[in-house]
Ligand binder design. Sequence first.
Ligand code: AMP
Length: 391
Amino acid sequence: MSYLSIRDLDLKGKRVFIRVDFNVPLQKNPQGMMEITSDKRIQASLPTIQYALNHGAGVILASHLGRPKGKPNADMSLQPVAARLQQLLQRPVKMAPDCVGSSVDAMKPAPGEVLLLENLRFHAEEEKNDPAFAQKLAALCDLYVNDAFGSAHRAHASTEGMIKYVPRAAAGLLMEQELKYLGMATTNPPRPCVAILGGAKVSDKIEVIQNLGKVVDRLVIGGAMAYTFLRAQGLPTGKSLVEEDKIELARELLASLGDKLLLPVDHVVVSEIAAGATYEVVRRIPDDKIAVDIGPATIAEFSRVVAGAKTVIWNGPMGVFEKPPFDKGTVALAIAVADSGAVSVVGGGDSEKAIKAAGVTARISHVSTGGGASLEFLAGVELPGVAALNR
Ligand code: AMP
C-alpha cells in the first residue's frame, strides 16, 4: 500500500477537509434534545484534528450520522457533536447549516478555525457517490484527509468520489493506525500468528476465514459459528445455532484448513437462552440442549494457543456473552490475548466490549474503530476509501 499521511502534507495556511467518523450513538433526553451517549468516535479523531490545527491549517470536518435517507432530519443533526467537540478541543467549533452550498462557502475556516459540516447523508448524492456533489465538497478545500476508517468500505462522495477533485489526499492519524495494524496482521505478521473468530454466523465471515486461513498459523473458531463446523464433522450439536446451508462449505473449509483449525472441545449448554439460566458443561451436546459458550477445557486450550502467539487477530465473541454467566469464555479469551504479550488486533463491537469488561484494553495493541470495514479488510477486500488514497 502506498498512500500519503497527513504528516506528509504542508498544512500551513491551507484549508483541509477531514472526513471523520462522527457517527455517534444519540438518545433523546426528557427535554426532547438529542444527547451523545458515547463520544468515543469523536475522541478517536482528536489527534488528527489537533495535528492539522497545530500545523496551521483551517479545518473542515465532515461526517455522516445515522441513516437520514437523503433528507434533512433534526434528530440526526451533527449539532450535538459540534458542542462536544468544542469542549474536547477547547476552542470554538462553528456548525454549518449544510455540507454544501453558498451558506457553507461563506463559512470557510481561516487557519486555526474549525468548521463542522452538517450530516453528509442529508443529501442522497453522498451515498450515490454523485460526481457533482463530490466536486462541491472538493471545492471547499485545498487538501483532503480521510480519518474515517469505519466508512472506508463505502465508495461514497466524501470517502471516494471527491478524492478525484482534490490536489492532494492523505490518511489521517487514526486511518494510518488502522491500516498499519490490520495491514501487518494480514500481510506480514510476527509469527506464530493466531486468528480467533467468533460470533453468530459462518455466513458473515466466510471470506474472512478463507483469507485469514492463507495467512495465519492457527485459526481458532468459537461462538455459534463453531457448531456449523462441528456438524460438518458429524458431531451432535443439539439445538445450537447451526447454518444448515453452510454445512457443506464448513466441510470444505475443514478439509482445506486441516490442523490449522481449532474448534471447541467442550461446551456450556442450557435448555433456553436467558441470563442466569441453569447450565451444565458437556463434551457431547445433548439433543435437547443449546450450546451458549465454550467450556473450561476449550478456554484452557484456546488460551494455550494464544499464549504462544506473536500476533493475535480477534473478531467476535465465544458465546452469548451479553447474558452472564455465558460471557465467561469471551472474557477469559480477552485476558489470554492481553496476557500473551503478542501484537493484538481486535475488531468488532462485541470483542471490544469483552476487552473492556475484562479490564485489559490498555494491553491490546489495536482495537479497530470500524466493525464492517475491519471485517472487509480481514477478508482481503480492498476498501474503496483506502484504494482512492492509494491512487
Ligand atoms: P456477530 O455479530 O456475528 O459477531 O455475532 C455476535 C453475536 O453472536 C452475539 O450477539 C452473541 O450473542 C452471538 N453468539 C455467540 N455465540 C453464540 C451461541 N453459542 N449461540 C447463540 N448466539 C451466539
